[in-house]
Design a protein around this ligand. Structure first.
Ligand SMILES: [Zn+2]
Length: 355
């Protein structure tokens, strides 16, 4: 299985930005390790300032695609009203090197979401520079999450997840955090009919080197968005619509200050994400593992996403096996229904070409 839509390299994105955004609104805010430009764009002249950044992790393109969708909405004249109230600063792709290589980290193999205080990387310096200069009231920290999460223990797949980042180890709820919780509840309620039981919450342990934790500690309300898995939507096209809707709802409730009507208690009731899924489970497999041969096993496979010729290739890799796996498969098969031998020599990470 492959996906062309999941790969959004800087060249492709930058061409789109130049069509969608007036040149005077498009700025270069820094350069990546490999000297690619990091773009930022300014929209609106309102008194309330919102900073958002996407693709801090290069293999998380869905929220960047959502930003493109939002820019298209603005260009077509839709939703322009909120730009009277808001000033937006958008960094569509903070990690262009990682985005080009389709990997989480930057070209120095640093996770930029663990570099907020240390500022060892040029991409982190660029984001912090914008934060210090723009002085946002609100921040949207836009990410994508793996297919493994359920919205609550053994719940449905977590298609969207949110977090109001912590400001200390005690989990104190400051004004900035409270607003993030209220915004998340407003978004969740707006999506609850179309995405019933598919919205999760992260349990955020405090780490000041995570960008959201730092910015919230500095008093800017920060909402973490995670675009996740919708059943069988490995292109994330369905998720894309939901996350675009979520971002627009977030902007709308900020513009109208509507979030104040929502309660932090309701935030705590959003089910916590639980690692309960794998991509594929194959039943009825005979496993040979070292000297042992075990019949009638269930084999769990997880896709690894590999950049291959401008597409993302999903390679099913062996994760584990057992008679009764305590995990849910997004897809399940009987080995007798697949066109492969029913006996598999197991090795963690081994690719099984099942289709
Ligand atoms: Zn991420």
């Amino acid at each position: 299985m492959t996906s062309a839509n999941r790969y959004l390299p800087p060249n492709t994105l930058n061409k789109l930005l130049k069509v969608l955004v007036k040149s005077e609104s498009l700025l270069v805010i820094g350069k990546s390790v490999n000297l690619l430009p990091i773009y930022g764009l300014r929209l609106g002249n309102g008194p309330v300032k919102v900073l958002m950044w996407s693709q801090m992790h290069g293999n998380e393109s869905t929220t960047t695609r959502a930003i493109i969708g939002i820019l298209e909405e603005f260009k077509s004249g839709k939703a322009l009203k909120i730009l009277d109230q808001l000033s937006l600063f958008i960094i569509p792709q903070l990690n262009p090197d990682g985005s080009k290589a389709y990997r989480r980290c930057n070209a120095n193999d640093v996770d930029l979401n663990r570099d907020a205080v240390s500022l060892t990387q040029p991409e982190s310096v660029a984001l912090k520079g914008v934060f210090d200069e723009f002085k946002p009231h609100f921040c949207f920290n836009l990410h994508g999450q793996r297919t493994i999460f359920a919205a609550g223990k053994k719940g449905k797949p977590s298609t969207l997840s949110f977090l109001s980042p912590a400001v200390n180890h005690e989990g104190s709820i400051t004004q900035a955090r409270l607003k993030a919780m209220q915004i998340i509840v407003a978004i969740k309620n707006n999506l609850s009919t179309s995405l019933r039981n598919q919205i999760g919450r992260y349990d955020g342990a405090f780490n000041i080197n995570c960008v959201g934790d730092l910015f919230t500690s500095l008093g800017a309300t920060t909402v973490l968005f995670e675009a996740g898995h919708y059943p069988m939507d490995y292109d994330r096209d369905i998720t894309l619509n939901f996350v675009q809707d979520a971002i627009m709802t977030g902007l709308n409730v900020i513009a109208k200050e509507d979030y104040i009507h929502f309660s932090a208690n309701e935030y705590q009731q959003i089910p916590e994400n639980s690692k309960d899924y794998v991509d594929i489970i194959v039943h009825g497999v005979t496993i040979s593992d070292g000297n042992e041969t075990l019949k009638n096993q269930s084999l769990a496979l997880q896709y690894e996403e590999v950049l291959d010729n401008n597409k993302i290739l999903f390679q099913p890799k062996c994760l584990g096996y057992g008679r009764n796996l305590d995990i849910i498969g997004h897809q399940t098969f009987l080995i007798s229904d697949l066109n492969i031998p029913d006996s598999i020599e197991f090795k963690t990470g081994k690719i099984i070409e099942i289709f």
